[in-house]
Ligand binder design. Structure first.
Ligand SMILES: Cc1cc2nc3c(=O)[nH]c(=O)nc-3n(C[C@H](O)[C@H](O)[C@H](O)COP(=O)(O)O)c2cc1C
Length: 306
């Protein structure tokens, strides 16, 4: 009997639905699953409001942890595989999940283990994943697979729908807009990823697993968003430092700067990013070899970028 440990965090329940669906692809006669939800001591609000949502920005980007409850995981169980399921906040791992990942408990759990990451996001996740990847390798874990479920609607539409969802907790259609987040269809179909994982797990050889997962649609890279994200994270770093100079999480003194960032963010998303995307595709041909390499790197989890 093989044993899988799944550690996740979710606010709306979307990520839990995803991992339940992936797990339904495991044969229960051959694989047991232990599920652990990690929880911050002071929960983040859901639904969010304008103030709480933007107040999470500086700490997300700078990786400043919150206090979390220790997971009740039996250290005597030798798991064959660990699955980490997380979401992205501001191009960075969500604060609760990151807080777990940098804990001593995470180091103990992940050391020498095969690890698969599962993400439930809007559509910008590659820079967050870089950080997770680095941590796993620092702990001596073996990152063997990655599955990303994302909102497949056009970028500007998904910004509108996610804000509505996160501010109201209503994921459904509103007005002319489609439902927010990862579609029910994509969640339902993610059982196929579980079947692929199980197959490689039984053979104890994950060498070709990511390739097969990608062929089954586990990771989709949107080239212009990848390029925007790689630049935006540097700008987010600068903004978050600027805001943190006024105080830590919840400090009213930083409200003015958070408001400035909010206006900046929506201006960039709606006015600047469409122009950047058009320019990206106009110059696509010149940068093609580099873009191709980056896409392969993020999809197939190649070891080194050349
Ligand atoms: C504060 C905040 C910031 C977010 N930033 C991003 C982001 O940068 N990129 C992205 O793809 N999704 C982003 N999302 C969406 C989340 O990754 C996730 O899909 C959504 O919050 C649902 O996750 P849940 O399972 O915790 O409910 C953000 C969500 C929140 C709450």
């Amino acid at each position: 009997m093989k044993k899988i440990l799944i550690i996740y965090y979710t606010q709306s329940g979307q990520l839990k639905e995803i991992i339940d669906r992936v797990s339904s692809g495991f044969d229960q006669d051959e694989i047991t699953v232990d599920l652990h939800e990690m929880k911050p001591v002071n929960s983040y609000p859901f639904p969010w409001n304008k103030d709480t949502f933007f107040d999470a920005f500086p700490e997300s980007v700078q990786g400043i942890p919150c206090e979390i409850h220790r997971l009740n995981i039996d250290p005597s169980i030798n798991y064959d595989l660990v699955i980490l399921a997380y979401q992205v906040w501001y191009l960075s791992p969500s604060i609760p999940f990151w807080s777990f990942l940098i804990s001593d408990q995470a180091r103990e759990i992940l050391q020498d283990k095969p690890i698969i990451t599962i993400l439930g996001v809007r559509n910008m996740w590659i820079m967050a994943q870089e950080r997770i990847r680095k941590k796993i390798s620092e702990y001596g874990g073996n990152h063997v697979g990655n599955i990303v479920l994302q909102d497949k609607h056009q970028n500007l539409i998904s910004v509108v729908t996610i804000v509505h969802w996160l501010y109201t907790a209503d994921k459904g259609r509103f007005g002319i807009f489609p439902p927010a987040g990862v579609s029910d269809k994509d969640i339902n179909e993610s059982e196929k990823f579980g079947r692929i994982i199980a197959k490689y797990m039984m053979e104890d050889d994950y060498l070709n697993m990511q390739k097969e997962l990608v062929e089954a649609g586990a990771v989709k890279i949107i080239p212009d968003l990848m390029s925007i994200e790689k630049k935006a994270i540097h700008i987010f770093m600068a903004w978050s430092k600027f805001i943190l100079k006024k105080g830590n999480a919840g400090d009213p003194a930083r409200k003015g700067r958070l408001n400035m960032f909010r206006i900046y963010l929506f201006t960039v998303i709606y006015l600047v990013s469409p122009i950047v995307s058009i320019l990206f595709y106009l110059t696509w041909i010149f940068a093609f070899p580099k873009i191709r390499k980056d896409i392969d790197y993020f999809k197939l989890m190649r070891k080194k970028r050349k």
